[in-house]
Design a protein around this ligand. Structure first.
Ligand SMILES: [Zn+2]
Length: 150
């Protein structure tokens, strides 16, 4: 089993030994990571994951609700059922329409879930950068003050 798949989640207990599993195979997770609900798990090792989001409609100055649906690989070590809340990660194309893989189960008996992009958080990064820049500016000011004193 891999030491890390680059996402902060608990690995599943069972080892499925499947090649196309993010934990036990060679499949690498890269791209975007989302939280969603399993809508259907009828296909073999495949689940349909759905999450909602709000899209702004300028004409009415309001938000409309929309859903995103993706097909994701459902490995034997996770075996997500309909209604489970799961975290999915983007991976290489596994079939014509599958390019996501289920990474973990995070809840049960859910009907709806507000989608959350767990990988992309540019606001936080900007804040950190801003704080760092301020600190650097402050230290430069200190240096100038010291020079003036001399
Ligand atoms: Zn596995």
């Amino acid at each position: 089993m891999k030491k890390s798949i680059g996402v902060n989640l608990q690995p599943p207990k069972d080892d499925c030994g499947s090649g196309s599993c993010a934990w036990h195979g060679t499949l690498s997770v890269r791209g975007r990571v989302f939280r969603g609900v399993v809508r259907s798990a009828k296909s073999h090792n495949t689940a349909i994951i759905e999450w909602g989001y709000h899209r702004y409609v300028p004409k009415y100055e309001r938000y409309e609700r929309r859903n995103t649906r993706v097909t994701a690989h459902n490995p034997d070590c996770i075996k997500a059922k309909e209604g489970d809340a799961v975290v999915v990660g983007e991976c290489k194309p596994l079939s014509k329409t599958k390019h996501f893989v289920i990474l973990a189960k995070v809840g049960e008996g859910m009907f709806e879930i507000k989608g959350e992009d767990l990988a992309d958080k540019p606001e936080e990064k900007e804040e950190k950068r801003g704080a760092k820049a301020e600190k650097e500016e402050a230290s430069e000011e200190m240096k100038e003050e010291k020079k003036n004193e001399e």
